[in-house]
Structure formats: C-alpha cells, structure tokens
Design a protein around this ligand. Sequence first.
Ligand SMILES: Cc1cc2nc3c(=O)[nH]c(=O)nc-3n(C[C@H](O)[C@H](O)[C@H](O)COP(=O)(O)OP(=O)(O)OC[C@H]3O[C@@H](n4cnc5c(N)ncnc54)[C@H](O)[C@@H]3O)c2cc1C
Length: 468
Amino acid sequence: MPPSTEHGRPDPETVTLALSRDGRPVSDRGDTVCVIGAGASGLTAIKNLVEHGFGVDCYERETGVGGAWNWRHDRSPVYASAHLISSRPFTQFPDFPMPDSWPDYPHHSQLLSYLERYADHFDLRRHIWFGTEVVRVEPVDGDRWDVTTRSTGGYGPERTLRYAAVVVANGHNWSPKLPHYDGLEEFRGEVMHASSYKDPAQLRGKRVLVVGAGNTGCDIAVEAAQQASCCWHSTRRGYWYAPKYVLGRPADQVNDLLLTLRVPLRLRQWLYHRMLRLTVGDLTRFGLPRPDHRIYETHPIANSQLVYHVGHGQITPVPDVARFHGGGVTLADGREIEPELVVFATGYLPRFEFLDPKTLGDDDGSGRPRLWLHAFAPEQPTLAVAGLLQPDSGVFPLTHWQTVLFARLLQARLARPERAAVFAARVVAGAGERYSGKVTDSSRHWFEVGHVTYLRAVQRALDELEAR
Ligand SMILES: Cc1cc2nc3c(=O)[nH]c(=O)nc-3n(C[C@H](O)[C@H](O)[C@H](O)COP(=O)(O)OP(=O)(O)OC[C@H]3O[C@@H](n4cnc5c(N)ncnc54)[C@H](O)[C@@H]3O)c2cc1C
C-alpha cells in the first residue's frame, strides 16, 4: 500500500524540491496522484483513489465542482431546460444513489446538487485546488509526471509539482466543434454554437435554423418549435428518434434488460424497429429523411417531442446546409431559407492541450486518442483518462469503475508488479478496442460504448489484475 496522506493539499513538510527537465524548481509530491478536473469523473477519481489509500491533489480551473453540470460556469454546455437523457438509476454512482423522490430524468440543476452532495459526503473538496488550470503535463523519470499549473486566466506565476500518477478527467463536452461552411463569414444573421445556448428567450420570435441532430440539436429544435416564429431543423442524414419511455419505463432501462439477457443485436434491432413502427411509424411521412443505418448504429437520440412538433408544422425538417450567403442559406436540395439565427448543435471535440498528443496514442494528429478501455495509453502505466466515454446509458457508473481499476493498478504496481506488467501488455494489445456494435465512424462516435459490454470488459480487467 502507498503511504496514506490525511489530506491532498501539498503539505510543506512532505514536499521535497527537485528540478524539471529544463531546470525549473519542482515540488515533489511523492506518491500523491494528480487529478485534472472536478467534474463527475474527477470527483469519482478522487474518491476512489483516496479510498485505496492514495494522496490526491485535484486541479479545477473553475470555482466549483460539477463540470459540465455546473451551469454557473461559462464553459458549461447545459441550457435552462436540459434534463438527463439517461435515466436516474443508470446515471447515479453505484455507491451514492440519487433520492428516490427525484424523477426518472432529473433536471440539470438536480445533477449539480447531486454532484455537490457527492463531494460533501465523501469530503472531496479538501483535495481540490479551485481556480487552478493545468497547463502542462510532462513525463519524467520514466513513470512520474511534472504537472504545471497557474491561476485560471493566466494570472500569477506557473508552479510545477511532481506526481506519481495522473488522472485526466477534463471532460469532452466543452470545446465546440464547428464544421466549415462556405460563405458563413458573409452571413448577416446571428450565429451561435449550442454551447452558448442557455435560454429559450434567445429564440423567441425569430426565424431559427438548428443544425445537427444529436440530442442537444433535437432539444433546441423542440424549444424553437415553441418559441421561435419559424424553425428549420437541418440534418445531414436520417435518424431514429426514440421515445424516452418504452412500455412505461425509461428506454435505457428496457435496453439494459435486453442487453443483460444477452439478446442478440439483430433481435434487439428488430424489436426496437417494431416498437418505433407501432408508435412513431414511417418517418418519411413527416418529411423526415429515411434513416440510412440500422438502429443502434448511431448514438441513440432520445426525444419524444421532435416528431410531434414536426407533425404540428412547428419544425420543418431540411437537408444539410450547402452554403451561406449574406441574406440566408442555400440547402443541399437547392432550397433557399432566410433564418435570423443559426444554432450549430454540431457537437464537441476532446482537447488535451496540456499533453503531447502522442502520449495518448494520437500519432496522426487527428485529436483521437488510442486507448484501451478508452482510459489507458500504451507505455503510460501511471496515466489514465477518466470519462472519455459516450455510453448508451449514464456515464457516471462507468467512470466510477474506470477509476477503481486505475487505483487497483497503482496498488498492484507497488504490491504485485508482475500483475501490473500483465496489465501493461493488455493495454498495448487492446489499444483502440471498441465496446459497441457497429457504429458510424464520425468523431461523434469516437467514444461510443455499449454500457454492458464496457462494464464487462472493465470487470475482466479487474479480475485479471487481482488473479492469484
Ligand atoms: C447537454 C448534455 C446532456 C448530457 N446528458 C447526459 C446524460 O443524460 N447522462 C450522462 O451520463 N451524461 C450526459 N452528458 C455528458 C456529461 O458530460 C457527463 O455526464 C459528465 O458531465 C462528464 O463529466 P466529466 O467530469 O468527465 O467532464 P466535465 O463535466 O466536462 O468536467 C471536466 C472538468 O475538468 C475541468 N478542466 C478541464 N480542463 C482543465 C484544466 N486544464 N485544468 C483544470 N481543470 C480543467 C473543467 O473545468 C470541468 O470542471 C451530457 C452532456 C451534455 C453537454
């Protein structure tokens, strides 16, 4: 077991001085682990590492916990009406249930309160340095890390501390992805990314074009249907719009039952298809494009209201944007529309600016890490990424088990190095492995996982690590 520290903050008595590769003074934090970010993933990383006996320093660039769910932070992508897409029991941490009185799909403010309670219950805040941004993470001495921080906004001097291990939990839903469109710079209307959309008042009375059919794009289109004077919803392809409830139960719970019973993909696709036929029916009747893929081959869109508003004439489905011009937009089918406001719900891209991209296996500079279990990079036994997942269910339980696995790996490195070596070989062999059925290969699906398949893979990794 590593030496247990009472608290995560650097205690002057335990800090020794070293020098960085370029000769700067470095405070050596011994066996302490550094966690980057205090969103859901960072919080569960702190909790699980502390429970396994490690000292932890967490750096959070914002002033509070909660990450994406903390609507008080400028970078938070949540909007006033955002509710969970995954249902409550499948979103909560396994050791910290949400209150039974909460609805199936809690509001984003409830999620923030849940994460704040989680932090308080496990006494996590004392490990966190708020308002502190990590600007560099560099390997040193083979398996240790120099982490350089500064006050958010760049004020004050940089500070470098040396850690035994690092958990990167910086989230992947805050850096907007904006495709290139010809003529966008000439367009005289208002343009925003969904990350800046906060309140339906921003749509009220306007002619609005929403681009993108992810869950956020569909939510905003539904809001525009009720607030805007006119709403076009542009999608590149046809999608399946699944209801949030099936047979009176949250859809992810029904899906989970089928997965747990190991119902084959083809049969699940057939069942889902039947169910959609019986409820929504033929999407092309509504003017929506026919899906060009089978159900479960793109990230599920859970929205019971989109088709309803299309059917009421409050949303006009339109194809992809061909180009912008000063007064409007030319669509792929040649139609001209004149929106006053364009909302790009075109997703987010992961960003790890503080790390050399090659550290995470991104050798071609595409921005796509190549990891095992979407968490472990080859040749980096003391580095883990937490929460880089897009599951068909809630992400918190998956991140919980990812960070338990990392804590056990760090323990094994000290107590059973031969097991840690087997693990390291698995990371090399398994980097880039997928945990979902066939999904389309866009950046939107880089981190797609089926939660049951993924959790089974983590369970196997835990079993292998702890095998006698
Ligand atoms: C609209 C919307 C709806 C969603 N719905 C669901 C849902 O229904 N179910 C679900 O499970 N998930 C949902 N998600 C996904 C959501 O991102 C996760 O639930 C969860 O917030 C991920 O937590 P995280 O800690 O990995 O990332 P984040 O919540 O993004 O937290 C990352 C933290 O790291 C900090 N940070 C980043 N870089 C640095 C740095 N260099 N230095 C210091 N700190 C840094 C950030 O400030 C942030 O606090 C949704 C996301 C969006 C946008």
